[in-house]
Write a protein that binds this ligand. Sequence first.
Ligand code: UD1
Length: 338
Amino acid sequence: MNILLTGGAGFIASHTCVELLEAGHQVVVVDNYVNSQPESLRRVEEITGCKIKSYEADVCDKDAMNRIFDENTFDAVIHFAGLKAVGESVSIPLRYYRNNLDSTLTLCEVMAEHGCKRLVFSSSATVYGEPEEVPLREDMFCKGCTNPYGWTKYMIEKILQDLVVADPEWSVVLLRYFNPIGAHESGRIGEDPSGIPNNLMPYITEVAVGKLDHLTVYGDDYDTHDGTGVRDYIHVVDLAKGHVAACNYAAKTTGCEIINLGTGTGYSVLDIVHAFVRVNHVNVPYVVGPRRPGDVDACFADPAKAQKLLGWRAEKTLEDMCRDSWRWQSSNPNGYEK
Ligand code: UD1
């Protein structure tokens, strides 16, 4: 298949490029590089030996998107593009709603006008809000999100579900990611957050490499086995393979499916810190601080639907995730060297 990746230079997307190319697909990327570097695509080319056609454009720019669709014929689109910083979304909500909703609406209009009606969307487990019970199943009621970023994902899911009702020729897969960490085992591509990382693993790797002094563990009085928050960490390469499976699934069906991409296993913050130290033989000093607003005790997936519909399940271990995150950070201490 010839597949367009919006936001194709980002962390999850660049790993998905590698897996798609290695599975024999062609990829085209559109990215405005607001939160990514073209260097990641150069490195995907280096890993795979394949050339990637890329466009520097904003998905909200309808003229630019029309040109891209006029110049290419796509079998499917994976829509990664979007703003994704939870804290920032609270301070500048209009920018988040404008960007994430507008880009999706523009993309779907252009796709429909060009007769391309297969779409895989990057959603998030954040749409479950505060879980009433775990593991989380796709058919559970989503009570609401704790921040504007999460609401953009929630709203886009709804828009795409409505689109499929109105036009049954569409095939849409909504992938709800849990907590992606790790990096490609080559150490050439990985997560490159701008500024001080918000998420746990990039924070740990920056402490380990000496860029940050220590980790603050946000709360040790949660209702979990050691009191620290439990999440479903998934290796980004497993997640990327889930996208290949989702494209194959979208090619043989119509309708809309919501699918969790997680491992089904929850690890606590301290499980992650201890595994990282053990596997990589490095120090990660930490202090316990107060809870972070909006955080929940435990969040992990029921991954059965992905196994059933996509024939996919996560295969990598926590040790793989810790080792690969560290290989990337230690060999690229300044990420893609902006
Ligand atoms: C967060 C977002 C979620 C988003 C996801 C993307 C919030 C409330 N949720 O999920 O919407 O889809 O990132 O990856 O921000 N932790 C620390 N110290 C740190 C950083 C994190 O103790 O410096 C803890 C957190 O309290 C949590 C766990 O580590 O228990 C994971 O945090 P994080 O990596 O930020 O992911 P989520 O909060 O699960």
